[in-house]
Design a binder for this molecule. Structure first.
Ligand code: PLP
Length: 418
């Protein structure tokens, strides 16, 4: 079937439909079928919203049962049984085993909402307007989140967006030899740097949309120290890299640091819209109702999330399995990097997110197009879309990983032969 109806009525802002031009109908795990019955392997996982896979049977069963029992669907921020069970499970399975102490703030169901909330509370608590973020960082599409997002493609001067924010260089932004920590410390120390003391530093520990840039553990610990030394709040945006993507539930666990504020969305709702901000208790300076939002109480998401967290995060089995699986992805990606060394500058990644940076963004986009024709959903990332990104659901089997990468490998050789 053609996409004529979408083209006629849906705004030009359409994005992914252009990369994946078919009409999808059904899905299961790490596979999707379009309405003509063509099968695709999913290396994209809804941009990280489907870590537990499409139509995960355990999650679907709980949601269906909840609906059949007329469980509360929408409840603003009123108390519900589903919300209580979510909170209890999140505290018991996620926070307590990691000795983390956070208050939970439920916000409107998109990631950008969590980021806005983090900016607002950080500025309120610290009584400072300045916020720092990083080159190539991505934090969402609403005004506050955009103001700390690097990529100028999303900016338009008419938005008046970059107010009260400073972008500083991420780890290795200037190559391995330039110490970006020393630079940051210097501009914070120096009264003549022209840089105001920020309320918060907002970062991803692995920049996903920005091209799979992995901050080193030491760099992350140094950033934590800077925040402590200058009384700055560390906000970790774990919207894409949290929920197991890095191999641990939180992406910062590998560095042994804690964030003052954590934003979670995408897979926190286990396939359903949900967004959550974690705050150190002393930062919870909101007055009742001061920050609100109609869809903070998507109880279907609470049921889905509670089910996923009970099932996958009651011990470390899932996390250990992920670490094994990610070794396979790493091995295949590095192999592709070697095989096509003339065209791939670098292969980077961690856990279940990997990227191959091509020296030609056109080529990367052509490879994704060819992959799609041959049954693989895979996207690019990076400032110019030069990085091909593996972001399969965490529950993907090793067989589907191998099959998907086979399609990718063939697409690369076809693109190069043309
Ligand atoms: C996707 C994403 C967001 C924005 O989430 P939306 O649900 O699209 O608003 C923010 N930060 C990071 C790191 C993301 O990957």
């Amino acid at each position: 079937m053609s996409l004529a109806l979408f083209e006629q009525y849906e705004s030009e802002v359409r994005g992914y439909i252009r990369s994946f031009p078919t009409t999808f109908a059904t899905s299961q795990g790490a596979e999707i079928w379009d309405e003509d019955g063509k099968r695709y392997i999913d290396f994209f996982a809804g941009a990280g919203a489907l870590n537990y896979g499409h139509n995960n049977p355990i999650i679907n069963e709980a949601v269906i049962k909840y609906l059949q029992n007329n469980g509360i669907g929408h409840a603003l921020d009123m108390a519900t049984v589903a919300k209580r069970e979510f909170i209890q499970t999140f505290v018991n399975n996620i926070l307590k085993p990691r000795k983390l102490d956070y208050k939970l703030q439920f916000v409107g169901p998109t990631g950008t909402n969590a980021v806005e909330t983090a900016l607002k509370i950080a500025r309120k608590v610290k009584k400072r307007t300045q916020v720092m973020s990083f080159t190539n960082g991505f934090h969402g599409m609403s005004m506050g989140a955009l103001s700390i997002t690097g990529n100028s493609y999303y900016h338009d001067d008419n938005y008046g967006v970059p107010a009260n924010t400073t972008q500083v260089p991420y780890h290795n932004y200037l190559g391995e030899k330039v110490n970006t920590i020393a630079y940051l410390r210097k501009i914070l120390e120096d009264d003549s740097s022209g840089t105001e003391l920020p309320a918060a530093i907002v970062m991803e520990t692995i920049q996903a949309e920005g091209g799979i840039n992995v901050a080193g553990d030491k760099w992350l610990r140094a950033m934590r120290r800077i925040c402590d030394d200058f009384d700055i709040l560390l906000v970790i945006d774990d919207i894409q890299i949290g929920n197991g993507r890095s191999g641990d539930f939180f992406s910062f666990e590998r560095a042994g640091i804690e964030a003052d504020i954590v934003t979670l969305s995408k897979s926190i709702g286990a396939g359903h819209p949900m967004s959550l901000v974690l705050l150190k208790p002393e930062l919870d300076k909101w007055t009742p109702g001061e920050h609100s939002g109609t869809f903070r109480g998507n109880n279907l998401a609470f049921v889905a999330s509670q089910t996923a967290i009970s099932h996958y995060w009651s011990d470390n089995t899932f996390s250990l399995g992920l670490k094994g699986k990610s070794k396979l992805v790493e091995k295949i990606m590095l192999g592709l990097g070697k095989k096509y060394a003339e065209h791939i500058n670098e292969v980077r990644g961690y856990g279940m997110i990997w990227g191959a940076e091509f020296n030609d963004a056109e080529l990367a986009s052509k490879i994704c197009r060819l992959s799609f024709e041959n049954g693989l959903v895979i996207e690019t990332a990076g400032s110019e879309g030069q990085v091909i990104k593996f972001l399969g659901p965490l529950i993907i089997s090793e067989a589907l990983i191998a099959e998907g990468f086979d399609i990718l490998d063939k697409a690369i050789s076809t693109a190069l032969a043309a």
